[in-house]
Design a protein around this ligand. Structure first.
Ligand code: NAD
Ligand code: G6P
Ligand code: MN
Length: 434
């Protein structure tokens, strides 16, 4: 049977992953799942790991869930490795959000200065995982969910020289679910074309007759829930702008298209002692979830997990694995090497794009060139990310400053440099390269 190793197994999302595997067992016959964590996550791993085993025990399938702090034991002969770890846990995320905000800048997990520092902490760890994989499971596929998923996936290929990797995000899944409902169609009556980079992609939609229905969705998005994730405050896009581009941006574009309003909202909500930053809110949800996982009678994914922004994550992750294993050639939006699908970026850049997923991995679907506005954004953002990745590998302070300077959510100047220095000190423990 198939061996799965999940790094960051103590995540509260693990039941989501188990549910996805249980639902697909007939096409993906798993025999063992290894949940890996570190000393700091040991208690979480124990609790959610027992919960995971109960979910399998309540299913018709005989699958053993192993819990370990020994990554190498878990990786040995794995067929698929999934990653859902967070270096420094939620305390580190609070700093990523709080420090930029205290200087009047967007404080966010995958965007602005916070996103850059999440990459700095994560990339060295992922590269060491890849080194272990080369030795212990050289034929395995790596399914990366760890944020910033686009930069992490790009670094795995570019610096880890590991090609068998796909990066995943639940945002496209949520959009496809919500939009089909919005116009009263089922998902298989629509054809989606996504392109861009992780948390910075756009998409168009057609019906099966080839008619573009993007503008119909744009019109309806204004009076309805457009499927944006639970973690993003819903400030509407300017309709004139959407009509001009005739594409649907992802939820995270709000930070760029409405920076002023998003910042204002964050300054109010995150500085309210009764609310706190998103990570502080998530800590509460996480505590509630682990309270539930302790219950020895609970053997299914609890409703409360939907409060997390990553809802439907298993639909992306487990479907990708099943599609590789069973050569299904399903349409899934993944972070993968461009290979010309997005001609505005280099062929070896990792992009987030509609692709067919089968035994050989992803075959990205050609999207074509963007108009000037989106091309400008995309080239800026991708090259900003390339600076971040290189700085994460080399620890080059000047390059980190370059990335800060290019990033549209960081006004350049003395304050930017101060935020960089403060974050370097705050995260010192997780940044040996600097
Ligand atoms: P979390 O804080 O619960 O962390 C998950 C686990 O990772 C913890 O138990 C922690 O101890 C462990 N961990 C930390 N460093 C580790 C290491 N070096 N090796 C092994 N395990 C380690 O995080 P979470 O909120 O469950 O999120 C997990 C990750 O998934 C984050 O990076 C988050 O950004 C990402 N995420 C991605 C998406 C997406 O769309 N791609 C959606 C949701 C979450
Ligand atoms: C999702 C994004 C993830 C992100 C998550 C945050 O929608 O796709 O990449 O990690 O939201 O959710 P949280 O509940 O942790 O704020
Ligand atoms: Mn995501």
């Amino acid at each position: 049977g198939v061996k799965i190793a999940t790094i960051g197994g103590g995540s509260s999302y693990t039941p989501e992953l188990m549910e996805g595997f249980i639902n697909r067992y007939e096409e993906l016959p798993i025999s063992e799942i290894w949940l890996v964590d570190i000393e700091d996550g040991k208690e979480k791993l124990e609790k959610v790991g027992k919960m995971a085993q109960r979910m399998w025990d309540a299913s018709p399938y005989d699958v053993k869930v192993h819990l370990t702090l020994d990554r190498r034991e878990a990786l040995k002969d794995a067929d698929f490795v999934t990653t859902q770890f967070r270096v420094g846990l939620l305390d580190a995320r609070v700093k990523d959000e709080r420090i930029p905000l205290s200087h009047g800048m967007v404080g966010q997990e995958t965007n602005g200065a916070g996103g850059i520092f999440k990459a700095f902490r994560t990339i060295p760890v992922i590269l060491s995982i890849v080194e272990d994989m080369k030795e212990l499971c050289p034929n395995a596929w790596l399914i990366n969910f760890t944020n910033p998923a686009g930069m992490v996936t790009d670094a795995i290929i570019r610096y880890g020289e590991w090609e068998k990797v796909l990066g995943l995000c639940n945002v496209p899944v949520g959009a496809m679910m919500a939009e089909s409902e919005l116009i009263g169609k089922s998902q298989d009556e629509l054809v989606y074309a996504f392109a861009g980079i992780n948390h910075f992609h756009w998409h168009r939609v057609k019906d099966l007759q080839g008619n573009d229905v993007t503008s119909e969705i744009i019109d309806k998005m204004y009076s309805n829930d457009s499927g944006i994730p639970a973690n993003i405050h819903d400030i509407p896009f300017f309709i004139e702008q959407l009509k001009q581009m005739n594409m649907i941006p992802c939820g995270y574009h709000r930070y760029y298209y409405r920076t002023e309003e998003m910042l204002q909202y964050m300054l109010e909500e995150y500085n309210d002692p009764n609310v706190g930053t998103r990570a502080q809110q998530v800590k509460q949800t996480e505590a509630e979830l682990f309270e539930l996982y302790k219950n020895p009678d609970l053997n299914y994914k609890p409703e409360q997990l939907a409060k997390r922004g990553g809802a439907h994550y298993s639909d992306a992750a487990c479907e990708t694995i099943a599609s590789i294993y069973a050569n299904k050639n399903t349409h899934i939006v993944v972070s993968t090497k461009n290979n010309g699908a997005v001609p505005d970026l280099a062929p070896d850049d990792v992009v987030e794009v509609s692709a067919y997923i089968g035994a050989t991995g992803a075959r990205p679907i050609a999207f074509g060139s963007f108009q000037s506005a989106e091309r400008g954004w995309l080239q800026l953002m991708k090259n900003m990310e390339l600076c971040v990745e290189e700085a994460a590998v080399t620890g080059d302070y000047g390059l980190a400053l370059q990335a800060f300077t290019i990033n549209p959510l960081i006004p350049s100047g003395e304050t930017a440099k101060r935020v960089l220095d403060e974050l370097l000190i705050a995260h010192k423990k997780y940044l040996p390269q600097f």
